[in-house]
Design a protein. Structure first.
Length: 262
């Protein structure tokens, strides 16, 4: 029965394509979005809602959240809207974005702003961007001239590892969110100790990973080896990626959740 239905569907699609040549591209785009692939930064409410769904429904619980790559604080604000009691540590190395964060959250004592970049080693590095405070800012000088975007601006920033930073705080985060434009895997490699007591990690994967030459496969094995299950954030709800497949190597900005088993 399923084979017959699929054969009928293929026949209908091929027939319609003769009349509407662009139909396959339109369908591909829409089906990709339904699966969460390439949804980009337009899914912040979905991101926070689905991340929080793995942490329980008790609004009174004081969650500890690390927002790494906070930029101007949209993710932090979405969390505050849903869990006002959350203790949030927002990491942002850009001075322009830091100033915006300070103004935006100056009256919220539960939000700590940290002017740091995170990676797998300590030091001083260049933060590249097409303009000061850009959400595209990265520790890599990305090649985006094909999109008429040039990374001509840079500033020197302090870089540390999450494990080194946490030697002072000794936190066990409920949620870590990572959006550092291609350097998510480096942050994770510098956070192996803190991840032992972390329940959920949200991470972005997309075009910036072309510049850093990291792949979804790297994330898959990193988390699976540490007892996490991986989900893609999608409009229809979290989609578990039970097995790695090359089809997951989609370099259109997509957000994932890694959830500690047990």
């Amino acid at each position: 029965m399923k084979r017959l239905m699929l054969a009928t569907l293929r026949f209908c699609l091929r027939s319609m394509t003769r009349l509407i040549p662009k139909l396959p591209s339109v369908l591909e785009y829409e089906m990709r979005l339904v699966q969460g692939k390439g949804a980009g930064a337009e899914t912040i409410f979905l991101e926070t809602t689905q991340a929080l769904s793995f942490l329980g429904l008790d609004d009174s619980k004081n969650l500890t959240v690390l927002d790494i790559g906070a930029n101007i604080g949209n993710y932090t604000q979405a969390l505050v809207n849903q869990r006002p009691n959350a203790q949030i540590f927002a990491f942002e190395p850009s001075k322009t974005a830091q100033a915006f964060l300070e103004m935006r959250f100056k009256n919220n004592k539960r939000i700590s702003l940290l002017p740091l970049a995170l990676s797998d080693e300590e030091g001083i590095r260049k933060l590249w961007a097409p303009s000061p405070g850009s959400g595209l800012a990265s520790l890599s000088k990305r090649k985006l001239s094909h999109s008429s975007i040039n990374f001509d601006h840079f500033e020197e920033v302090e870089v540390t590892t999450l494990d080194k930073w946490n030697e002072t705080w000794n936190l066990s985060p409920d949620l870590i969110k990572l959006d550092v434009e291609g350097h998510e895997l480096s942050v994770l490699n510098g956070a192996k100790k803190i991840l032992e007591s972390t329940r959920v990690v949200q991470f972005e994967f997309g075009g910036a990973n072309i510049d850093t030459k990291t792949y979804f496969q790297d994330f898959w094995y990193f988390f699976k080896d540490r007892g996490f299950r991986i989900y893609r954030i999608a409009q229809i709800g979290p989609i578990e990626i039970e097995m790695y497949s090359e089809s997951e190597e989609c370099f259109l900005t997509t957000n994932f959740l890694a959830v500690k088993e047990g």
